[in-house]
Ligand binder design. Structure first.
Ligand SMILES: *[C@@H]1O[C@H](CO)[C@@H](O)[C@H](O)[C@H]1NC(C)=O
Ligand SMILES: *[C@@H]1O[C@H](CO)[C@@H](O)[C@H](O)[C@H]1NC(C)=O
Length: 387
């Protein structure tokens, strides 16, 4: 570098010699003013994309016998002298006639960001002007500083991190991959709020909830396409919780009865059914065992085919995963369907109350023993299929 500088000054001094002698001899002020080289317009500041070509133009009038040089302003490295390139294969100069000296840099690197000086070897002091280039770099995600897939326990405080390089500095946006709204919570808040996206390098998930589980995308974008993204999966682990929509089931003999439990758990569960706290029920001609899984939810279904008296009893749906065990209890009753049932309405099929007992005062007071008849309302909250 030092060598180039010295060379530049030596050459410049050579260039200035002739015109200086000429003006000193002539003493004609008017003519001297006219002959003085001038910059026609500023170089200006420009923006280019990395890998492309940067072009800076230096327009000079009345150059006469003077020469134009380009330097890197920061360290005064000489890049070109007149139509000759001094440094490197990435630089070139061309004269865009009549008077613009163009410095071209190709392919452009991030290190080329900075200011460049166009000099004319006037005497006693050189004339110069400066123009700067900004090198735009598309975003790139820094994998080492970005979260990998995360596995947490419910109620943990989690922060997902996404870092990216690029110029101008990229904006980081978080979204759910499944396009659902994101559930977020402010520190200390009880309730979630829903957003389509969240902007910021770190995504805080305070007291993480099962509903926040899923794949997230962190998207880095700046003014330079293409935007880039990384997929981060968040798994929230929690022991099974079992919900039984209908705990008390009544059905007439001979029908098929469906028992149902809803399980929430992560990681995935092993599920089974027990009868009267004893035998584990197996899929077969008597029982149809079926599961519907969606994310962390499982709907367990047990169909008891051809309900007979010995099926009456207690059933348990049991769910286990690595964090624990959950179970639900259902009771199965028989509903007696009498052919001559006077008040069929009192067999409350699909009713809302459980095991309600209705006392009914008899209209006749002749027989005191029969003063009250008790009607048991059977509650059937389950789907049953009449043969
Ligand atoms: C060009 O950029 C430089 C450095 O960023 C700045 O100092 C200068 O004021 C800018 N010039 C113009 C004309 O914007
Ligand atoms: C989460 O952060 C809160 C305070 O911000 C703290 O009280 C709580 O203990 C943290 N929970 C866990 C599991 O670290």
């Amino acid at each position: 570098m030092e060598m180039y500088k010295k060379l530049f000054w030596a050459v410049l001094q050579g260039f200035v010699l002739l015109p200086t002698i000429a003006t000193r001899d002539s003493h004609v002020t008017n003519r001297k003013l006219v002959d003085v080289p001038q910059f026609e317009r500023p170089i200006g500041n420009h923006t280019f994309h990395i890998g492309r070509e940067a072009v800076l133009g230096c327009s000079v009038i009345n150059l006469g016998k003077h020469k134009v040089g380009w330097l890197r302003a920061e360290d005064q490295t000489v890049l070109s002298l007149h139509e000759r390139v001094v440094l490197g294969p990435r630089y070139s100069v061309s004269l865009d006639t009549p008077s613009t000296w163009q410095l071209r840099i190709r392919p452009l690197k991030a290190e080329d960001r900075g200011c460049y000086m166009c000099q004319i070897n006037t005497q006693p002091s050189m004339k110069w002007q400066i123009g700067c280039i900004d090198v735009y770099v598309p975003p790139d995600i820094i994998n080492e500083e970005t979260s990998a897939d995360v596995s947490a326990h419910e109620m943990d405080n989690i922060t997902l991190i996404c870092k990216a390089t690029g110029h101008p500095p990229p904006k980081i946006t978080w979204k759910r991959e499944d396009h659902e709204l994101m559930l977020l919570k402010k520190v200390g808040a009880r309730d979630f709020y829903k957003v389509e996206s969240y902007v910021g390098s770190s995504l805080p998930l305070w007291r993480v909830d099962r509903r926040q589980m899923g794949a997230f995308l962190c998207i880095a974008s700046n003014d330079v396409p293409p935007a880039v993204s990384k997929r981060i999966t968040l798994n929230v682990n929690f022991p099974p919780t079992v919900i039984v929509p209908n705990q008390l089931l009544g059905a007439p003999l001979g029908t098929d009865v469906v028992l149902e439990c809803t399980v929430e758990a992560y990681p995935n569960t092993i599920n089974y059914w027990l009868k009267n706290r004893g035998e584990m029920l197996l899929d077969g001609p008597k029982y149809i065992i079926y599961e519907e899984r969606s994310s962390y939810k499982v709907v367990m279904k047990l169909t008891i085919c051809q309900f007979v008296k010995s099926d009456i009893g207690t059933y348990n749906c049991v769910s286990t995963n690595s964090l624990g065990k959950g179970e639900g209890t259902l009771r199965l009753y028989e509903i007696k369907l009498y052919p001559s049932l006077q008040s069929a309405a009192e067999v409350n099929v699909g009713g809302l109350t459980e095991g309600a007992v209705k006392q009914k005062t008899a209209h006749s007071d002749s027989n005191k023993n029969n003063a009250r008849t008790i009607t048991v309302l059977f509650i059937i909250n389950v789907i049953f299929v009449l043969n």
